[in-house]
Design a protein around this ligand. Structure first.
Ligand SMILES: Nc1ncnc2c1ncn2[C@@H]1O[C@H](COP(=O)(O)OP(=O)(O)OP(=O)(O)O)[C@@H](O)[C@H]1O
Ligand SMILES: [Mg+2]
Length: 747
């Protein structure tokens, strides 16, 4: 089927022809035949790299040409940026009725409690499922204008962490805009028909892939494929290194998946020594530029470690990297400067990367309850599917590694020749339901218990299970919400002001309950006490307590015993251990706001630089929430802690002491440079101007000083503009800003 034959505006057809896409892939043609462009709901459960995004694009562009607006929901930030970059190329496509302009695209991945009304001026909005949920909770007006919803990687419904939010968000969207077209994109899973049925969507199922992907297992010196073998030169005593050197020799690049961050770092280092020998002068120079950027964008030893690898043409990638480093690594690989990335599964889903070969070094992953466990087939297929992407590589190969013949046979049976598992709703637990029941009531999707049941009937959970089993859990959640004064009424369900606030703050009602209780009880609010209060909530990520740390942390607790809201008795061993782990997390945050350099923090707490940022991001959001809750319940509190929580929120954002807040609020001035200026008597924006460019240059370098002076002017510009009128440059800087506020959801 030719693109030209489709019922689409000329501008759209021209856009695709200009970019070299003339003919639809077979599954795409099937989707057209099933009414994609006429507005039918559609679920495409087709292999990796089979062009699912194009399906979404065609439907979105058609809808926009009829005056519609599209929302593209993704699970991960890396994917959000990739799609945002892609859709921005539609800025040359002008299809909006009555308007002579290219399409506008917006992205939203962070900052939960915000309506983001300005986002609504875009034709396509890319957002994570959590952000979409939050926009719904905040009753953002343009959500009702959405006519096309794309759900990328919809098989994530199966994820225990993320699935329930995606499921409830979709249920709400379908209720809110019953005529909206839904396009769901999925990996090939066993029960795609069930998801399609739930979404009232036509199903496109296919095994077709545009580029061939050969899946093999390395054993005994060969990569063994079905029906053929590829001999690998044993240049080193590391099989994976030999396989990747072979890939480079053939002119390809390599993506290596590891089971842990530590392994991903050590592999990149190890491989670097060999990869470096294969680099030409031009690549070396290009890599040196990347190295400079890496050093500029990092405070810790990890930056040096990454820089060392990149100098050799390799890199590691995991959620512990800061976002600038992640971007440099992804772009460096895309532009064929970095030859090898060894990654945790953060790069496994949806991304288009030029990987000729994917090496899966470990098909087991650590599970806190069961130890090392084999990964699901679905995860294997996602990783393997990063290889051989159209336009980037002529073919792709994925390689598992076996140590024995039997293991190799098992890998063929259990992965290569296996179909992905069925997906199952994870909405059934109290932990998953509590927060969604509250928001469903707050946003008026249900006003009575019966109405709530009707809402639940519309979820994927109810589609797969009998709902009688869930009723007890629903009633327990309702009781919890009533007991904690977030809800009133029996048959008619009425949210209280507290319930509304908890819902829009996007915190678990259990977190809200802990905070309210703590705020009422706290007598001597100090930094560690308040930080511990947020670390106690289920929304906070917890540090693991090692056995040799109990006594040290216990001593700290004793020294500050009157600052904690409540200390469980030592006799309750488990509870006390848990409490100590919360305090440990609070101590990490305290080091951060006390301006301890990142290096000692990462070493002391055995975490990555990106982790410190991730902890701080969550903590900032929770401290903000606590500050808002304190405002609401002020009369019931014995001490006024509002000012303290508001200041702590800022300190967490910048990782800085109170006296630096004014300086660090200037964009581009981090806490390290701010400290340098402050200690040299330059303590405010005015004193920067007074000191003059020369003096400031002496302290923080001429390049940054120049940026800083520009920034002081630019800052004023941003504030003076109305949100609706921001120009694109300002818009993108705002978005950069926003993206860095919640660096969360990496798997
Ligand atoms: N009809 C077509 N002709 C040529 N190239 C195409 C066509 N359709 C899609 N492509 C290209 O195929 C590549 C892969 O597509 P895409 O990222 O949409 O895959 P996907 O199915 O979403 O895979 P994954 O499951 O890994 O997310 C893109 O570079 C896209 O431009
Ligand atoms: Mg995709």
């Amino acid at each position: 089927m030719k693109i030209e034959s489709l019922d689409l505006p000329d501008d759209v057809i021209r856009f695709y022809l200009d970019s070299g896409i003339e003919e639809l892939y077979p599954p795409q043609a099937e989707a057209i035949e099933k009414g994609l462009i006429e507005g039918n709901n559609l679920l495409a459960a087709i292999p990796t790299a089979s062009g699912k995004t194009l399906l979404a694009e065609l439907a979105m562009l058609k809808a926009i040409s009829k005056g519609g607006k599209a929302l593209y929901i993704v699970p991960l930030r890396a994917l959000a940026s990739e799609k945002f970059d892609r859709f921005r190329s539609f800025s040359s496509v002008s299809v909006k009725p009555g308007e002579n302009r290219g399409l506008r695209v917006g992205i939203s991945t962070g900052d939960f409690e915000s309506r983001d009304e300005w986002l609504g001026s875009n034709d396509i909005i890319v957002a994570t499922s959590e952000k979409t949920d939050s926009l719904l909770r905040n009753e953002t007006s343009w959500m009702q204008e959405i006519t096309t919803i794309v759900v990328d990687e919809v098989h994530l419904l199966d994820s225990a962490n993320r699935g329930p939010t995606l499921e409830v968000t979709l249920t709400k969207l379908m209720k809110l805009n019953p005529n909206c077209q839904i396009i769901a994109l999925s990996a090939t899973v066993g029960n795609a028909y069930e998801v399609a049925d739930w979404l009232k969507a036509k199903l496109v199922l296919s095994e077709w892939r545009p580029t061939s992907l050969r899946e093999g297992v390395y054993y005994g010196g060969n990569i063994n494929f079905h029906g053929s073998q590829k001999l690998i030169d044993p240049r080193t005593n590391d099989d994976a290194v030999n396989i990747l050197l072979d890939t480079l020799e053939e002119g390809g690049q390599c993506l290596v998946f590891e089971s842990s961050r530590k392994n991903s770092v050590s592999f990149a280092k190890r491989a670097g020594a060999k990869v470096s020998e294969t680099l030409d002068k031009l690549t070396r120079n290009a890599l040196d530029e990347l190295v400079e950027q890496i050093i500029e964008n990092g405070e810790t030893e990890a930056a040096n470690e990454l820089a060392k690898c990149v100098r050799n043409g390799t890199a590691f990638h995991h959620a512990g990297l800061n976002s600038a480093h992640r971007r440099i690594v992804e772009d460096g690989f895309r532009s064929n400067k970095i030859k090898v990335i060894s990654s945790t599964p953060t790069l496994a889903a949806g991304l288009n990367l030029p990987a000729r070969r994917v090496i899966i070094r470990s098909y087991r992953r650590y599970d806190p309850n069961y130890g090392m466990q084999p990964i699901p087939v679905l995860d294997y297929k996602q990783m393997a599917g990063r290889a051989g992407r159209p336009h980037l590589d002529p073919y792709g190969e994925s390689v598992l590694i076996a140590k024995s013949y039997d293991e190799m046979a098992g890998l063929f049976d259990n992965y290569i020749d296996s179909d992905a598992e069925d997906i199952w709703s994870k909405l059934g637990s109290e932990n998953a339901l509590r927060t969604h029941i509250l928001s469903t009531i707050v946003n008026g999707f249900a006003t009575t218990r019966d109405g709530l049941l009707e809402f639940i009937e519309a979820t994927f959970f109810a589609h797969q299970n009998d709902t009688w089993g869930i009723m007890d859990v629903v009633d327990e959640c309702l009781d919890f919400l009533r007991d904690n004064k977030m809800l009133e009424g029996d048959e008619a369900l009425l949210p209280t002001a507290l319930g509304r606030l908890v819902s829009t703050l996007y915190i678990d009602p259990l977190s809200g309950a802990y905070m309210v209780d703590g705020l009422k009880k706290i007598k001597n609010p100090t930094t560690i006490g308040l930080l511990h209060l947020i670390c106690k909530t289920p929304d906070m990520r917890q540090l693991y307590l090692r056995s040799n740390e109990s006594e040290i942390i216990n001593d700290i607790v004793m020294a500050h015993s009157d600052e904690f809201v409540e200390i469980p008795p030592r006799s309750k061993e488990m509870e006390y251990e848990w409490f100590l782990a919360e305090v440990k997390t609070a101590l990490l945050l305290q080091d951060w706001v006390d301006e301890k350099p990142l290096d000692p923090i990462t070493e002391k707490f055995n975490v990555g630089e990106g982790d410190v940022h991730a902890f701080a991001d969550i903590a900032e959001w929770l401290m903000h929430s606590m500050s808002r809750l304190a405002g609401l319940i002020a009369p019931e509190m014995s001490t006024d802690v509002s000012n303290q929580t508001a200041l702590l929120e800022k300190r967490i954002h910048y990782g800085a002491s109170p006296e630096l807040i004014e300086l660090v609020s200037i964009r581009g001035i981090g806490r390290v440079r701010a400290r340098k200026l402050y200690d040299n008597g330059i303590k405010t924006t005015d004193s920067i101007k007074e000191a003059g460019l020369e003096r400031v240059s002496e302290l923080i370098g001429p390049k940054t000083a120049l940026k800083l002076f520009n920034e002081i002017g630019l800052h004023l510009d941003i504030r003076s503009e109305e949100p609706g009128k921001v120009n694109s440059q300002t818009m993108s800087s705002l978005m950069e800003n926003e993206q860095s506020t919640f660096s969360d959801f990496e798997k």
